[in-house]
Design a protein around this ligand. Structure first.
Ligand code: CA
Ligand code: CA
Length: 166
């Protein structure tokens, strides 16, 4: 498969047989990767229904049972993440930013490239965790690092239905 311009993050959804991939200036695509000649379908485009902006960068999936769940895509220049229903027609569920944690002295997150999601429970993250690349870190003096976000906080912020994890 070939798309027209620069590709960024992608994720395989083995349950639904789909790959979700970001084309940075165009939008978020899906394709049925098990087919011999899959035709990509545009889930959403930059400037489209959900507030997606360029560059579309990291993409991952919060995996619920039976193919339910959420797709998260980094909308890099707005320092936001756009959330879609994992299942077609991929309803827009809202977007969020990751602010500073003043209690713990952790700076906010900007210009995320890659991201990943673990949907199962972990210590301190009962609903799973989102991990994002953070481009600038004035507090530490380091150029980049990774920030962890409790998935329960994202569910609460967007009032997402609380699904059973896969
Ligand atoms: Ca890029
Ligand atoms: Ca930062």
């Amino acid at each position: 498969m070939k798309l027209d311009t620069q590709l960024e993050g992608c994720v395989f959804d083995e349950t639904l047989g789909l790959m979700f991939v970001g084309e940075e200036d165009r939008g978020l695509w899906k394709l049925a990767y098990r087919e011999t000649a899959p035709v990509p379908e545009l889930i959403d485009e930059v400037g489209g229904r959900a507030g997606l902006v360029a560059d579309v960068e990291g993409v991952s999936v919060w995996r619920g049972k039976d193919g339910a769940g959420w797709i998260v895509a980094s909308a890099q220049t707005d320092n936001r993440y756009v959330v879609y229903d994992r299942k077609a027609p991929h309803a827009a569920m809202g977007s969020f930013s990751i602010g500073a944690n003043t209690v713990l002295g952790i700076d906010d997150v900007t210009h995320t490239d890659g991201l990943d999601i673990h949907s199962g429970a972990l210590p301190g993250f009962p609903r799973g965790v989102l991990i994002v690349q953070d481009d600038g870190n004035p507090n530490s003096g380091q150029d980049q690092n990774f920030k962890l976000v409790n998935w329960a906080d994202i569910e609460a912020a967007l009032t997402l239905p609380v699904l059973d994890a896969e």
